[in-house]
Design a protein around this ligand. Structure first.
Ligand SMILES: [Zn+2]
Length: 272
């Protein structure tokens, strides 16, 4: 799923597989309806065991004082980070800190971190309350809104996740992790195998490594990082505008990279 933060733990993987099986069994619409109802609980968090600790931060009772402070601090840092990265904010999400993974599921989320697009909410499990974790999910919401919602269907999972990985800078998803995967000779998923949410979820089992390195997130992050270095922030802005205008993602993504490469080959103005 595009909006999961961490599926590399075995238990998460099992749960994710069950979720995908649900779709395979043809209960997708039922499940989607159920998820929407659960996510709607985030609009009335205090009715479902959450308390407000900052204007945009709620937590479950079982979250310690120290963890509460961490989450409020992470919210501020993530807000700054996402704003700087995108050059402003189109979103103003609320962050919900859960004490258990079951709590995340009770609000219609999956995984350790979840961006609930319908209600502009970020759900996080207390083990991952860092600024990068908040910024990662925030990036999903920001990109979704900047693409005017519906256009998100044309965005491959690897790009949504890769961009969130670049913005979040979570150490377990970093470029250093990717380079370690490369130098260790561990299997790396081609991005063509990370397009749909189902492919994304399946990749965690399909590309294992003995060190437990998060090859899926770090690969998506590497792909987008290299592209961004080439096209710059204005390339990202162009990509969003052109996709909103109805252009195909793959065409625009490749076109911007080629345009940037051609521009770098041209001699500087004034050169003989
Ligand atoms: Zn994500």
């Amino acid at each position: 799923m595009v909006v999961n933060a961490n599926l590399n733990r075995p238990r998460r993987l099992a749960m994710h597989k069950r979720w995908i099986l649900g779709f395979a069994a043809g209960v997708a619409s039922l499940l989607a309806g159920c998820t929407a109802m659960k996510q709607a609980r985030l609009l009335e968090p205090t009715s479902f065991g959450m308390e407000q600790i900052a204007p945009r931060v709620y937590v479950k009772e079982g979250v310690s004082q120290e963890q509460r402070r961490e989450l409020i601090d992470s919210y501020e840092k993530a807000r700054q980070r996402v704003m700087e990265f995108y050059g402003g904010l189109f979103t103003d999400p609320t962050v919900y800190g859960c004490d258990t993974r079951e709590c995340i599921e009770s609000f219609g989320g999956v995984g350790d971190g979840f961006a609930a697009v319908r209600v502009a909410g970020i759900l996080l499990w207390k083990k991952v309350f860092g600024p990068g974790d908040v910024a990662h999910e925030w990036s999903h919401l920001e990109l979704h809104v900047r693409l005017a919602g519906g256009a998100r269907r044309t965005i491959p999972a690897w790009f949504h996740e890769g961009l969130a990985t670049v913005v979040g800078e979570i150490p377990r998803h970093s470029e250093a992790v990717y380079q370690e995967v490369v130098s260790s000779g561990f299997p790396i998923p081609p991005i063509s195998d990370l397009i749909t949410g189902a492919q994304w979820g399946a990749a965690f089992g399909k590309y294992p490594n003995p060190k437990g390195l998060n090859v899926v997130y770090s690969t998506a992050g590497h792909e987008v990082r290299v592209w961004l270095e080439r096209v710059g922030r204005h390339g990202l802005v162009s990509l969003i505008e052109r996709i909103k205008a109805g252009e195909d993602f793959n065409t625009v993504y490749a076109d911007l990279a080629e345009g940037a490469a051609a521009a770098s080959r041209r001699p500087p103005a004034g050169a003989p």
